[in-house]
Design a protein around this ligand. Structure first.
Ligand code: FAD
Length: 319
């Protein structure tokens, strides 16, 4: 089932869960064990993030340098297939522009269609280490809006559909896109960023998932601005519970967002007490989640980042 159909048919908020593919070397059983705790909540779908291949230069015996591809993680498509082999749950792979040509993206879409996966979150991706700014792959897409257009046009002409003698279906994939209530770090202002978000919706995105935020007012104001700008699709809020003192500096830097003074103060007071930090972060996120549900959000998206204990506690309290 498509996420758009789940959203349209759902009368109350449900949790959506995002996982990160395991590092190479881990087994399918280890991956499935890590998501097993979520299954108690019968998630409607599970998002699987996508990661770029990295390159490293190694010096050879003759002093020259050679370029080597480093694939740290199992691919999102393989992880989706592994989840589908065990659980009756929809999977939503993320697809990024970075690192692929348009033809390579088409091949990924063929693989997803082959597996019967018709949900995608389309993103640009970030730059790779060593780059200061994102640079598109030659023959690839520059912005997520172009990727959304590419996915929509693929559907009418794909190798897969042609080879099966199927008619063009430009709505085969349900497409989600990302948004930033505190503005994407490259955008000059929130208004321009929202205008760029609208390009993704106009190109065919069915719904939006936001970056994490720690103050719900930021999300409510953002949704209001999006509606004023003519964006009408569902906007799913993204949450992540904090659990360590270090995250107070790492998360704002990595995701270009603010952590409220009150939460910062509480975590700073408890900075040497692991369990207290965990509790403060979990309670804050539970409070955010309950408030979002009370405000009628369609779903709440959790960035699980390989952690299940705090997320399952929050789900048990809120859903
Ligand atoms: P875009 O929508 O392309 O926007 C990027 C920047 O370009 C913005 O500043 C925007 O304002 C600007 N822009 C857009 N269109 C135009 C235009 N036509 N002209 C000028 N400027 C323009 N990253 C991963 O690598 N893997 C993942 O799985 C992943 N999952 C994510 C899930 C969610 C829900 C979110 C919110 C983010 C995720 N990211 C992921 C991070 C994301 O890839 C980065 O934040 C990236 O820097 C931007 O991606 P985007 O799709 O929002 O880009």
């Amino acid at each position: 089932m498509k996420v758009s159909e789940i959203l349209a048919g759902s009368k109350k908020a449900f949790p959506s869960l995002e996982i990160v593919p395991p590092l190479r070397g881990l087994t399918k059983d280890e991956l499935l064990e890590s998501i097993e705790p979520f299954m108690e909540f019968s998630p409607r779908y599970i998002n699987v993030t996508s990661h770029r291949d990295e390159f490293e230069y190694r010096q050879e015996a003759d002093g020259s340098f050679t370029r080597h591809l480093i694939r740290n993680r199992i691919s999102e498509t393989t992880v989706c297939a592994a989840i589908m082999s065990r659980y009756d749950v929809e999977v939503v792979p993320h697809l990024i522009c970075g690192g692929s040509t348009a033809e390579e993206i088409e091949s990924k879409l063929d693989n997803l269609a082959f597996l019967g996966i018709n949900n995608i979150v389309a993103l640009r991706g970030d730059c790779i280490s060593g780059e200061k700014r994102f640079s598109p792959t030659p023959g690839g897409y520059r912005y997520a809006s172009e990727l959304v257009e590419g996915i929509r046009s693929y559907q009418g002409s794909s190798t897969y559909r042609r080879s099966r003698g199927l008619e063009a279906d430009d709505r085969f994939f349900c497409i989600g896109v990302g948004a930033y209530p505190e503005k994407h770090f490259e955008a000059p202002n929130i208004e321009t960023d929202i205008a760029n978000l609208k390009r993704k919706v106009d190109a065919g995105a069915d719904y939006i998932i936001t970056q994490m935020f720690f103050d719900n007012k930021v999300y409510y104001d953002f949704v209001e601005k999006c509606r004023e700008a003519g964006i009408t699709v569902p906007i799913i809020p993204g949450l992540k519970p904090l659990s360590t003192y270090k995250q107070l500096s790492v998360i704002p830097e990595a995701f270009s967002l603010d952590i409220p003074v009150e939460l910062t103060r509480e975590m700073t007071k408890a900075k040497d007490n692991k369990e207290a930090l965990y509790r403060i972060g979990t309670e804050w996120c539970t409070m955010q989640c309950k408030d979002l549900i009370a405000h009628g959000v369609p779903a709440v998206h959790f960035y699980t980042m390989g952690k299940s204990r705090n997320i399952t506690e929050i789900l048990r309290e809120c859903f």
